[in-house]
Design a protein around this ligand. Sequence first.
Ligand SMILES: Cc1ncc(C[n+]2csc(CCOP(=O)(O)OP(=O)(O)O)c2C)c(N)n1
Ligand SMILES: [Mg+2]
Length: 285
Amino acid sequence: MNDTSSLSFDARVDRLRLIANELRRHVVDMVYTAQSGHIGGSLSAADFVAALYFDLMKVDPANPGWEERDRFVLSKGHACPIWYASLAMRGFFPIEELKTLRKNDSRLQGHPIATYLPGLDASTGSLGLGYAQAVGIAMEGKLMRKKDYKVYVVLGDGEINEGVVWESSLAAAKFQLDNLVAIVDINNLQLDGTIDEVLPTHPIDAKFRAFGFDVLTMNGHDMVDVLVTLTKARNTRSGKPVCVLAQTVKGKGVSFMENQLDWHGKAPNDEQYKKAIAELKGAPL
Ligand SMILES: Cc1ncc(C[n+]2csc(CCOP(=O)(O)OP(=O)(O)O)c2C)c(N)n1
Ligand SMILES: [Mg+2]
């Protein structure tokens, strides 16, 4: 079920909280099973990705190439466990396939390959390039096809170190891409340090504003705030692209992973797996 129009706002929020929790359980399970993969940045993005795929975005798993669909690009492609889990739970491919993450011949590679799997709108992993593709997809939608679908793209706060992000942002503003919603996952950590230690990017809101974006900020783990803010972003047609700054916690939901640099790309051992799944209460996977 994905038509939530008959539900009250509170019921939509409750439903999304449960879905986000289940997505987190899948992420932990996939990375544990593969014994490799990026867990921290998948968990920080889980709440707003849940809100997009399970409430706000127009997609049809039975027709992944539907021309009218909203597009989604996870530009921080290393966090693809959350993308794969969302697509599987949404019905794009069988849930059991999640267990094949990072295996030879799997459609679920360590960085997403669009031609391998239904529902992926871009191949990503080289930071910055997914965003450039998303800007191109938004240009195509607005200027060439003249459709009103939205293009949602998720960037990491380390990712915005990439120069191509700013070059693409200039183009998004120039072409008045108000069909573009760029969500920056501000978990304050990247691969080998904090944002300030590696290459400071703050203040991020002022930068995107200066580049011609409407900027919104939300607590990326408060589902009420997430739903309200992303709805606003979706409905905006101001002639400007929208940037949503999601304040998040890397590793969110698993106490010993939260805010810990080494959980950027580490797999849990047996004991850590059991503890993590116990913390993320829910149905057995
Ligand atoms: C062009 C490029 N340079 C370096 C990397 C290696 N790399 C993978 S993830 C990462 C850190 C990304 O941090 P952030 O965007 O904050 O992601 P998150 O914290 O959400 O995991 C880096 C440097 C890469 N994938 N692509
Ligand atoms: Mg980060």
